[in-house]
Design a protein around this ligand. Structure first.
Ligand code: ADP
Ligand code: ZN
Length: 235
């Protein structure tokens, strides 16, 4: 049974992968999609940043890679996903934000998510020029992780989070050099996943420009269009 609009589904909670360049708005849209459908928002970047802050051994491993704008090794990332998304205490549905990021991770996800698989992979499209503009003015709340853009969505009080009053900061990897490096890695390693998901009939490309609300409306229609189609196992 499929419902008429967004909401938890009877035949299995929503399972989505979000792809898109750094600065394409993945984090914001993943957050919104997860609350609309009542599923977990899983961001590997947020998980690593929290681990770095807490000084855990995972954090110490991840930190050096992240500061250089490089990928954390696959086995480390896959272990985190296996535990948080496919472990015994894991939520039934999820929006994956920042995973998978290369072919090996996509194949690992395919194995972990079998037999049901995922419902759809949304590719959030934003040009290099657009994301460079967004990233250089991105600020993040040090307490709750909410993101702001000094140009398009500034906080009400400069330097302070609207949600919790926390201090806003610029991520270490939002320097021009690290941004350039992350975008190169995206083109080389992550962008090929667009074709990989398309071949599997799981891809939906969504225009990531315009207001956050406009983008959310597009993302939700793409999700609904995919859920309305018979899955690979349906007869
Ligand atoms: P962005 O997409 O803007 O680079 P994220 O918050 O998603 O930001 O990720 C920040 C950093 O965390 C990445 O540059 C990388 O070092 C690490 N990271 C996050 N997800 C992964 C992943 N799936 N595989 C490897 N490294 C990752
Ligand atoms: Zn905050």
């Amino acid at each position: 049974m499929t419902g008429a609009g967004p909401g938890p589904v009877a035949d299995g909670a929503l399972r989505v992968v979000l792809l898109g360049r750094q600065g394409s708005g993945k984090g914001t849209q993943a957050d919104r999609l997860a609350s609309l459908y009542g599923v977990a928002h899983v961001s590997t970047g947020d998980a690593f940043r929290a681990a770095v802050k807490s000084g855990s051994s995972l954090g110490r491993t991840a930190q050096a890679y992240m500061e250089r704008g490089e990928l954390v090794p696959d086995e480390v990332v896959v272990a985190v996903i296996r535990e948080h998304v496919f472990g015994p205490a894991s939520p039934p549905g999820f929006v994956l934000d920042g995973f998978p990021r290369n072919l090996a991770q996509a194949e690992a996800l395919e194995d972990m998510a079998a037999p049901r698989g995922i419902d759809v992979c949304i590719d959030l499209e934003a040009s290099v020029d657009e994301v460079l503009r967004r990233l250089s003015s991105r600020r993040v709340c040090s307490s709750c992780g909410a993101t702001y853009n000094l140009v398009s969505s500034p906080p009400k009080v400069p330097g302070r989070c609207d949600v919790c009053g926390g201090t806003l900061y610029q991520r270490d990897d939002d320097t021009e050099e690290a941004i350039r490096r992350r975008l190169e890695i995206y083109e080389a390693e992550t962008a090929p996943l667009i074709a990989w998901y398309r071949e599997r009939g799981l891809l939906a490309s969504v225009d990531g420009t315009g207001s956050a609300d406009e983008v959310t409306a597009r993302v939700v229609s793409a999700v609904e269009a995919h859920r309305a189609r018979p899955g690979p196992g349906a007869g």
